[in-house]
Design a protein around this ligand. Structure first.
Ligand code: 9MR
Length: 347
């Protein structure tokens, strides 16, 4: 009581002093609009962005990355080609750079990704492996990486993009050599290495209910029944205006919640044919709003991550000819209608 009074008196005296000196007292602070992260936190959610090492020399870019978001995903720095460039030789420098930056900014990190058919090192893809050999290689890779980041990763995308569009298993090196059991093994190994990290399966084109998301639903049921550690399902949400909005997103999120899983939108972008125009940007804004509202409507949808936040560093133009403008900030780091739509949805 006494302490509080003293402190209040002190604060009052300080304010009076500053006022008399003509300094604006705390006003700048009060007028600062809340960030996406702060708005999301009011709903018990996070709002994140991916980032990539080469971009981290761009100071204006870094300023927004460091303030607007509370969850960071390395876009490439934790992938197998980056972390184990030679067999048994590990390099965590890229991932470390991003984890250290995130920690300095009081942000959490989603680890991406331990098992994926793409961006694998040459030593792994250029020879044949027996099942026993590959199992040992996979276990060592997962456990070395997860142990390295132990306690510093909120959630791991343990297996990425395991299914085809029709819901059959993708014929990856892991599936072909080890069979479907590689997924349960990967989850168990990751759990051993960091029991506190949330473990996710993650994929694209699984936002709506359909054969591919059905396959995950079925797999998760089986994994749960077998006692395999699985905590979440990541829906990448790489959407494109020309393909239509996945109107069953909310129902889909809900059915995974009912299996006892967290869900998250993990790599969100909404691409369009460029040049962008007012109508396309308005539709894009509506989709961002709808996705945000869908996540907020489902209790166990824990957060949303943009696949980087600015068109300046989007992966889209390099992968889809004639498409782009997919993110809520433009190439000049100016917020687009989508940014304001997300804010409104979070308010
Ligand atoms: O953003 C990543 C880009 O820089 C890489 O060139 C690309 C290579 O495939 O991977 C991108 O990220 C992918 C993510 O890891 C998994 N889901 C699809 C993303 C876009 O391709």
């Amino acid at each position: 009581m006494r302490k509080t009074t003293t402190r209040l008196r002190l604060a009052g005296a300080l304010a009076a002093l500053l006022l008399s000196a003509g300094a604006p007292v705390a006003q700048a602070d009060e007028q600062e609009p809340p960030t996406l992260a702060e708005l999301a936190q009011r709903h018990g959610r996070y709002f994140g962005s991916a980032t990539d090492n080469p971009e981290l020399t761009d100071e204006p870019y870094k300023a927004v990355l460091g303030t607007e978001f509370d969850m960071i995903t390395p876009g490439n720095g934790m992938k197998w080609y980056a972390t184990e460039p030679q067999q048994g030789v590990f390099d965590f420098s890229k991932g470390d750079e991003i984890v250290n930056l995130a920690r300095a900014n009081h942000q959490r990190v989603r680890g991406h990704t331990l098992v994926w058919h793409s961006q694998l090192p040459g030593w792994l893809t250029s020879r044949a492996w027996t099942a026993d050999e590959l199992r040992a290689v996979l276990k060592k890779h997962i456990q070395t990486e997860v142990r390295h980041y132990k306690g510093r990763i909120y959630a791991w995308d343990v297996v990425n993009e395991a299914f085809n569009e029709d819901g059959t298993y993708r014929e990856t090196i892991f599936y072909k050599t080890l069979g479907p059991g590689y997924i349960a093994d990967a989850l168990r190994w990751a759990h051993q290495a960091d029991p506190k990290a949330a473990l996710y399966l993650n994929d694209y084109n699984v936002e709506g209910i359909g054969p591919k998301s059905d396959a995950y639903h079925q797999l998760v049921k089986e994994l749960k029944a077998q006692g395999v550690p699985i905590d979440g399902f990541g829906l990448q949400a790489h959407l494109a205006l020309q393909y239509g909005y996945p109107s069953t997103l909310e129902d889909n999120l809900r059915r995974f919640s009912r299996l006892g899983l967290d869900t998250a939108l993990t790599e969100v972008d909404v691409r369009m044919y460029v040049p962008a125009d007012e109508a396309k940007l308005a539709m894009q804004a509506q989709w961002y709003r709808d996705m945000t509202e869908a996540c907020l409507a489902v209790r166990r949808c824990v957060g949303i991550t943009l696949w980087d936040y600015t068109d300046k560093y989007s992966w889209i133009p390099a992968f889809f000819e004639g498409e782009g403008a997919a993110l809520p900030w433009d190439e000049q780091l100016e917020p687009k209608p989508a940014y304001f739509a997300i804010r409104e949805a979070l308010k």
